[in-house]
Design a protein around this ligand. Structure first.
Ligand code: ADP
Ligand code: MG
Length: 236
């Protein structure tokens, strides 16, 4: 675990204090406290250990029964709309995120509100070019391959320039090549802080810090290699 001395003096960008989550009468997370400011944060742990619940707390998709969740200076429970603006969420299944008939419209939808049409068009074009989707701008989102759909889901989140991207198993449904491509974008290309929930331990090792969940509790928060080493030892 990080010792208090090694924590940064500035407020951590992701800070959970004694968070418990109960859903449908079940205790899902128990007394989770965590302070992380690393740029790339992996979240690992067995199925059902609480990873997705933790990820969803960060943008208010799940509400804590007790404790506080603070993300980039925002108390998520007190200011859900502000939190959702700052935190972009990517799901495993891009189909859950695609809302509009065409690729360009889907990315543009994320940008609606307070921007003129010229600016929206410019940013949509830039984003589609950045993620290799420019040739598909007017295609039906549902005609894309699985890898392209996940790129579109990511592009629709990134076009809003969130301060934090949370990706819950973003490569689970992808073949090796597409998983690598999405992994490379998340690790090497994004300027913002990124939380990646993943069972791909090679991807997790490329993060700066890893958080290990076990039975709804945080078992470890440390340098990614150290955490993944200890996680792998749980299976021998
Ligand atoms: N809405 C819910 N109602 C009851 N139990 C739930 C609900 N959502 C998740 N759970 C349970 O909470 C535990 C943690 O779930 P989750 O955070 O999705 O784990 P992970 O992402 O690590 O697989 C699991 O045992 C799951 O079955
Ligand atoms: Mg999950």
């Amino acid at each position: 675990m990080l010792s208090p001395e090694s924590l940064p003096k500035v407020a951590a960008q992701i800070s959970l204090r004694d968070v418990s989550v109960r859903l449908d009468g079940h205790q899902i997370l128990t007394d989770v406290s965590l302070d992380v400011s690393a740029r790339r944060i992996a979240v690992v742990g067995a199925n059902g250990s609480g990873k997705s619940t933790f990820a969803r707390l960060l943008n208010g998709l799940v509400t804590a029964a007790s404790g506080s969740v603070n993300v980039h200076g925002i108390d998520v429970a007190a200011a859900i709309a502000a939190a959702r603006k700052r935190v972009g969420f990517v799901f495993s299944s891009p189909d859950a995120q695609i809302l509009m008939p065409t690729v360009a419209e889907d990315v543009a939808l994320s940008l609606k509100g307070g921007r003129d049409r010229g600016e929206i068009a410019r940013r949509v074009t830039e984003t589609l070019e950045a993620y290799g989707l420019a040739d598909h701008a007017d295609a039906s989102a549902y005609s894309l391959s699985g890898g392209q759909k996940q790129l579109l889901a990511l592009a629709s989140v990134l076009v809003r320039e969130p301060a934090l991207v949370v990706a819950d198993e973003p490569t689970t449904l992808l073949d090796r090549g597409n998983a690598r491509r999405i992994g490379n974008i998340l690790i090497d290309e994004l300027p913002m802080q990124t939380v990646i929930v993943t069972h791909d331990l090679d991807l997790a090792r490329r993060c700066d810090v890893a958080v290990l969940f076990d039975g709804g509790r945080v078992r470890a928060v440390d340098d990614a290699d150290a955490v993944i080493d200890s996680y792998e030892r749980m299976f021998v």
